[in-house]
Design a protein around this ligand. Structure first.
Ligand SMILES: *Cc1c(COP(=O)(O)O)cnc(C)c1O
Length: 400
């Protein structure tokens, strides 16, 4: 569809039409999936990764593919970004962007609590490459100012963050980051573009694990980075083409199809999660519940300002959580006891603070205290699906 029309369209219309191309051969209403890895090209085609233009011919799928391009244009439109680049997974998107932005001797400020793989990559690989990674609690902006007393180039935040659902004020953080001449990337997997648009709030890059809500059906893995055309082109040339972490056109097609219903799904995930969170808050065996939509969330005011809906992720705490986890695994009929999130099916998983500390976060002092405030001995992370909320509540009620 005409890009200038898409730009002005409502997000629901974008989810359906952005990036969609016509099937020129058979005039099908839905574009066919293009699995071809190579394309018949002109004899004078340029093979330079520098000459990648959106209107350029497709040459080879690692450089670009019609089905993948459709998905990239759709996500760019949803995030109000100029361009986007899809990857084989959320981790490939995050590590790809970091490899592009950080060189030996650089310093990066990274969420002290985030998706485990990201912290582990910072602790291990980036450190080995002589890149200093400073873990920070981004809900405390004074710490960020202080961290900039030494120059840093790149800032990576996640909001709401995994697993504790603490929020970052993107607008305020972007102001600090830009004042110090750095760039800000936000992992918005938990929020989705239906809740928050980080680029509009000042971030330079927004990242999604499309494995989660964007795909939405638990059947494909993918990641994406959206931002300015210049930066996305550079990322495509250096990282995607040379490191080869591209998404399969088949997975791109599944995720593209999933995104069509993202607006409706996110509304149901959020409405269901609000009902379940209220039920949990009133349950005698539950000691604490965190959901950005509840007034009891420590940053509920920021959630109201920054999130158009509160998504489907809830955490809660119980006494003797390991016994409770075993009981739930055995008794729950609807919830699957599994990692991951953002699927049509409801999922639950227990995350022990001790284990996370040892393997991943290694927090100390005030940062550890703040983590414990949200997580205690450990949290049950719940991804609320699209089932009937009454059935979900009954399932939990008979298993807690
Ligand atoms: C799952 C997840 C990732 C990693 O994505 P994969 O697609 O599993 O590689 C990154 N960030 C967040 C917030 C996630 O939930």
């Amino acid at each position: 569809m005409d890009p200038s029309f898409i730009k002005k369209a409502n997000i629901k219309t974008k989810a359906v039409h952005a990036g969609e191309t016509k099937d020129k051969r058979y005039t099908g209403s839905i574009a066919d999936i293009t699995m071809s890895n190579t394309f018949s090209v002109d004899t004078d085609i340029s093979f330079s990764a520098e000459n990648l233009d959106e209107d350029a011919q497709f040459i080879y799928t690692r450089w670009g593919n019609p089905t993948i391009q459709m998905l990239e244009q759709k996500v760019a439109a949803l995030e109000n970004g100029e361009a986007a680049l899809a990857f084989s997974s959320g981790m490939a998107a995050i590590t790809g962007l970091m490899m592009q932005k950080l060189k030996s001797g650089d310093r990066a400020l990274v969420s002290d609590v985030s998706y485990a793989g990201v912290r582990e990559f910072g602790n291990d690989m980036l450190k080995d490459l002589n890149i200093e990674v400073v873990p920070l609690n981004f809900s405390n902006l004074e710490d960020v100012e202080k961290a900039f007393e030494k120059p840093a180039k790149f800032v990576f935040s996640e909001t709401p963050c995994n697993p504790i659902l603490r929020l970052t004020d993107i607008h305020a953080l972007a102001e600090i980051v830009h004042r110090h001449g750095a760039e800000l990337a936000v992992d918005s997997t938990f929020a989705t573009p239906m809740a928050t648009k980080p680029l509009e709030l000042g971030a330079d890059y927004v990242i999604h694990s499309m494995t989660k809500y964007l795909g939405g059906h638990g059947d494909a893995i993918g990641g994406i980075v959206a931002g300015s055309k210049r930066e996305i082109n550079a990322l495509r040339s250096n990282i995607s083409i040379h490191m080869g972490s591209i998404i399969s056109p088949f997975n791109a097609w599944l995720i593209n199809r999933g995104i069509v219903t993202l607006p409706m799904r996110m509304q149901v995930h959020s409405d269901n999660a609000m009902k379940v969170a209220k039920f949990l808050e009133g349950h005698p065996k539950i000691t604490k519940v965190f959901y950005p939509g509840l007034p009891s969330h420590p940053q509920h005011e920021l959630a109201q300002k920054q999130m158009q809906l509160y998504s489907g992720m809830i955490t809660f705490q119980m006494d003797d959580p390991k016994t409770a986890a075993r009981r739930m695994k055995e008794k729950l009929k609807i919830f699957h006891y599994a990692v991951s999130l953002g699927h049509h099916k409801s999922l639950i998983f227990y995350i022990s603070t001790d284990e996370m500390q040892k393997s991943t976060f290694k927090l100390q002092g005030a940062q550890l205290d703040d983590y414990l405030k949200y997580a205690g001995e450990g949290v049950f992370r719940v991804s609320i699906g699209l089932e009937d909320p009454g059935d979900l509540i009954n399932d939990l009620d008979s298993s807690l």
